[in-house]
Design a protein around this ligand. Structure first.
Ligand SMILES: CC(C)(COP(=O)(O)OP(=O)(O)OC[C@H]1O[C@@H](n2cnc3c(N)ncnc32)[C@H](O)[C@@H]1OP(=O)(O)O)[C@@H](O)C(=O)NCCC(=O)NCCS
Length: 147
């Protein structure tokens, strides 16, 4: 498996299939996808894109004032789940975030994904909240200033 930088358009088929199923491809576009400060990562095996993750320049609501990046669009193809693709993508995002001087990486985690982030040393902050049309989430974060 190999992690590479990809562009916003390349994320759309997998993002749509995993995170916005049954909706038009356009529903998988995020505001800011094409900003120069946004980076998209792809996890490839045998040339096939099987995992995606993106990081956006965005303050964390609970820690405004700290240099922060938001992880969004985290998804792996069902046939490779549990095989380390998600972990490799998050590791790549952490490395780039550190290189760019971020102090915090954060995300809005769907409830079924909370255990995944916890496994990677992310922590829940605050109470459960709802994102319309997507469902219940917890804010999670990973400080980048320590180990
Ligand atoms: C969440 C998701 C990205 C995880 O990707 P993945 O490729 O399966 O993750 P990995 O194989 O790298 O897993 C890393 C570790 O976390 C564990 N893990 C993975 N998903 C988990 C989950 N939902 N709950 C608890 N632990 C989980 C794995 O077992 C693995 O543990 P190990 O290192 O002890 O073997 C993937 O399940 C997915 O795309 N889900 C649907 C979309 C989604 O919910 N995205 C997140 C939106 S916030």
């Amino acid at each position: 498996m190999e992690i590479r930088i990809i562009n916003a358009t390349e994320t759309l088929p997998l993002r749509s299939a995993v995170l916005r199923p049954g909706r038009p491809l356009a529903a998988a576009q995020f505001t800011g996808d094409k900003l120069p400060t946004t980076k998209h990562f792809g996890a490839f095996r045998d040339g096939q894109l099987l995992g995606i993750a993106s990081i956006f320049l965005a303050e964390m609501p609970e820690h405004t004032g700290l240099a922060a990046l938001q992880l969004r669009g985290m998804a792996t193809a069902p046939e490779v789940r549990g095989a380390g693709f998600g972990r490799a993508l998050v590791v790549a995002c952490v490395a780039i975030a550190r290189e760019n001087g971020a102090e915090i990486l954060w995300c809005n985690a769907r409830i079924p994904a909370v255990g995944f982030y916890q496994k990677l040393s992310w922590e829940i902050i605050g109470e459960e909240f709802d994102i319309p049309d997507v469902g219940p989430h917890f804010r999670m974060w990973r400080p980048l200033t320590g180990q």
